[in-house]
Design a protein around this ligand. Sequence first.
Ligand SMILES: [Zn+2]
Length: 298
Amino acid sequence: VKAAGLDLGGTNVKVCLLDYGEAPRVVERRSAETHAERGPEAVMDVLAGLAADAIAAAGAVQAVGLGAPGPLDLERGRSLWMPNLPGWNNVPIVAEMEARLGRRVALINDSRALTLAELELGAGRGCRDLVCFALGTGVGGGVVVNGQLLLGLNGTAGELGHQTIDPEGRRCGCGNRGCLEQEASGPAIARAGGRATAEAVLEAARSGDERALAAFERAGAKLGIAIANAVLTVGPDRVVVGGGVAAAGELLLRPAREELVRRDRVQPVERVEVVAATLGSYAGAIGAALWAASRIRT
Ligand SMILES: [Zn+2]
C-alpha cells in the first residue's frame, strides 16, 4: 500500500513514495528544478510529470498529497500567495493537480507536512506534544497536540515564522514587522553574515569567521525567543528544528536553548529537548504522503 508525497519548493520540486504498512518507509525519491520564473502552469506540469512517472513505476498508489508553501485556503484547495514563488496568487492548485494526475490530491502546508513527517518518522517520534520550526528561504512551523497535527483556522495553526520577535524590526514579506522570518531565515542569516547565502555563512562560521559566528548566534537567540513563546503555549516534549538552515546544528541550537531557558521561567524547560530534524530535504514530501494516507484512512 503506497502513498505519494509531492513537495512544491521554490528551488526544487520533489516526489516521494511511501510504503505505509505497519512501519511507513520511503521507497522512492525524485526531484527536479522548479524554474519558478516560468510561472504556476509550467511548475505544476513539471511536478505532475515527476509524480506521474514515479506513480506509474510504483503501481498501486492509493493516495497523493501535496505540500505547498505560503498561506493556503485548504477548504477551497487554493494557494493564496507564495512568498518566494511569483504568480501564485489564488491558484486552484488542488483542481489543477488533480486534472494533471487524474487522482484526488490532499493539500497541506509544506511546514505542517514536515512536522507530520518528523513526528511519525523523524526527530519527533514518540512525542505526544511537539513543536516544529522549518527554517529555509522562509520560516514555517507546525504544532502537534495529543499526537494530532493541529490545523486550526483553515490549516493556519503553526505559522511560527510570523510571530513578532522585534516590534520595530524589519518589514516582512507577510506585511508585518519584526517576524522571526526576518531574523532566522536563510536570507536573514546571509544578510547578517555578509555572504550570498546561509550556506556560505555556515562555511565561514565553521572556519572561525567572527561575523558569521555572530550571525548564527543572533539568529539562534531570536529563534530561542520564538521557541520560548511556542513552548509556553504548547508545553511540548520536544522542539524540532528543520529546514536547510538547521544544517548549522549546534551553532544555531545552542544559543536557541540558552534563550529558551532565559525567557521561560515558569515551566520545567530543562525537560524540553531542542533538537535538529532528521529526515532531511525530503521531509516535506514524506509528510505530504503521510497526510494523504491519513485522509483516505479516515
Ligand atoms: Zn512575517
